[in-house]
Unconditional design. Structure first.
Length: 137
């Protein structure tokens, strides 16, 4: 069974499109991982551990987050402002989101730098995940 990583981003916004721009390279580097692009406004199937890639405002380098408490909730002014973070918080409150890992990319990172740092982290994660799953079979 393939490991799955969910990818978020908005192709229409430069500041939020980095994960989508590097996605083809990630798919080539990691054919054994299923990368699935999710829309924050659609219903999601939630795995035991949700692993995702998204841009994160306010960080200077790739950061791996294991908890949503590291994020500040954006103010809501209309129903059009719902985003991935709101959906994650909601799913966590419902008890559907048990475990999360977010590979956060800074908004100001160049594609080649983002790809290099993310590839290193994904190799580490994939190796650890493979060892862990082999031990539970």
């Amino acid at each position: 069974m393939k490991n799955t990583i969910y990818v978020f981003g908005n192709p229409d916004l430069e500041i939020d499109s980095l994960p989508l721009r590097i996605l083809p390279n990630l798919q080539s580097c990691f054919p054994e991982i299923a990368f699935i692009v999710l829309d924050p406004n659609e219903e999601w199937t939630i795995p035991e551990e949700m692993v995702m890639i998204d841009t994160v405002v306010g960080i200077k380098k790739l950061t791996v987050f294991n908890d949503l408490k590291h994020f500040i909730e954006a103010p809501r002014v209309s129903v059009h402002d719902f985003d991935a973070f709101f959906n994650l918080i909601y799913l966590q409150k419902l008890g559907k989101l048990k475990k999360i890992k977010i590979f956060g990319l800074p908004t100001e990172t160049k594609e080649d730098e983002a790809l290099e740092s993310l590839t290193k982290e994904l190799k580490r994660w994939h190796t650890e995940n493979r060892i862990h799953s082999q031990g539970t079979e």
